[in-house]
Design a protein around this ligand. Structure first.
Ligand SMILES: N[C@@H](CCC(=O)N[C@@H](CS)C(=O)NCC(=O)O)C(=O)O
Length: 244
């Protein structure tokens, strides 16, 4: 067996019972690591252990996150640097590992990300988030339910009432179709948002879809009906092979 290269990055990710990455935000970074072929290893952390684990790396949460400790976080072995927050991590990876390049911003990418959040966000909140609890360990389930239900003001399962969920999908379908069309602006040059090669906006879309895929196959398939979303996901598949 060929020797594995020594990991240069330790990636802190969320633990689940499937032992594979399911966080949409961590997937963005993982897609970058896989695409750039940066050797890394993963440490999966349970929800209630994120804060103590990241404090152990000497990290302080950014103001922009309201003082919350979140994953992804990384430790970069060659420079002995640790950081959290996906935007900062993406910038760091792009500066340390510029080849192949991953454009972090573009006008089209920004527009798609904003519109995808606006139209797809409610679908994600209603269909994916309440099902996430099913793939967590009992300790993480307790943490997740307590924190999410406190902000929702009702049990997670209320989101899954069949009629409500269907109505929500009907309400967002037209918008998702329109964002999907926008994703195909450069379809003549290739399957990605900017054409032949992926940018960070593609990883935003593919990461969210992969999260849905790990959590619930039916919900994932609902997203895959929309052209644009489907092409990006399929084009990113080679960079999703390593998920642990
Ligand atoms: N601004 C952060 C947000 C990341 C984030 O929300 N991560 C979630 C997992 S998807 C998390 O770690 N949540 C911890 C918690 O809810 O306690 C980023 O982009 O890195």
């Amino acid at each position: 067996m060929a020797a594995q290269p020594e990991p240069e990055i330790v990636l802190y990710d969320l633990a689940c019972t499937k032992n594979v990455c399911f966080s949409p935000v961590v997937w963005r970074i993982r897609l970058m690591l896989n695409y750039k072929q940066i050797p890394y290893k993963t440490i999966f952390v349970e929800f209630p252990d994120i804060e103590s684990t990241l404090k152990g790396l000497g990290l302080d949460p950014p103001e922009s996150d309201g003082g919350r400790y979140t994953v992804p976080a990384i430790h970069h072995v060659p420079t002995n640097t640790s950081m959290m927050d996906s935007t900062l991590i993406a910038q760091f990876l792009e500066s340390m590992y510029p080849n192949p390049p991953v454009p972090l911003t573009s006008e089209l990418g920004r527009e798609i990300e904003a519109k995808a959040r606006a139209v797809g966000g409610p679908a994600f909140l209603t269909s994916v988030m309440p099902r996430e609890v099913r793939i967590l360990s009992p300790r993480s389930q307790e943490y997740f339910r307590r924190t999410r239900e406190a902000s929702l003001g009702h049990p997670l399962e209320d989101l899954l009432e069949a009629e409500k969920e269907e109505k929500m999908w009907q309400a967002v379908s037209e918008g998702m179709r329109a964002v999907g069309d926008l994703m195909r602006t450069h379809k003549a040059e290739g399957p990605f948002i900017l054409g032949a090669r992926p940018s960070y906006a593609d990883f935003f879309i593919a990461g969210s879809l992969q999260c849905a895929n790990v959590i619930d196959e039916d919900v994932f398939q609902r997203h895959m009906q929309f052209p644009g979303y489907r092409e990006i996901y399929e084009a990113c598949l080679p960079y999703m092979e390593k998920g642990d």
